[in-house]
Design a protein around this ligand. Sequence first.
Ligand code: FES
Length: 196
Amino acid sequence: MMIPTMGSAPKGNLGSRKGIRPDEPECLFSRREMLFKGATALAVLPIVVHFPGSAKGLEAILTRYPRKKIGSLKRLVTDKPVIFNYPDDGAQSLSLLIKLGARAGGGVGKDQDVVAFNATCTHQGGPLVASYKAETKTLGACLFHLTTFDLTRHGIVVSGQAYQSLPQVALDVVGNDIYAVGITGLLFGRFDNIKG
Ligand code: FES
């Protein structure tokens, strides 16, 4: 059986497709198709931001998230978390802005060490807001079932019962002002980070 590849279409099918020249291979778009499909794709593409320091270019979809000022680079003290709410003031919105003093995935600032995370455990909603450990740059162990999350590596689970990383808040810096602009992952207890 002959498998069509780019530039090698079975000759028997050529010329039977509406609006396409007979000499165009089966698996290639005509220019008109390409333009139409391209325009459709552009219309639904989200605006994304690439976390600095992330080898894989981890992205957060930002189109629907509010832009909220949550702190200042000048005022942050290493290993002293600042509490804020994001993306709203509703359930499970409690979050932490932390200058880790160590380079981190998604970190901002000149040392890429300023990160922010939601502070509700992804397992069963245990509170993490008071559980930061400066020695290991982790959040946890969760009071409920002891999960610990690594804040230098996008909140991945280090140990414990949870199997989803802690949602990371995407940050943007203008001058010294730090803005929350998006979230990776779903907040515990929500079906949609924005709608609740
Ligand atoms: S709720 Fe945090 S480990 Fe279970």
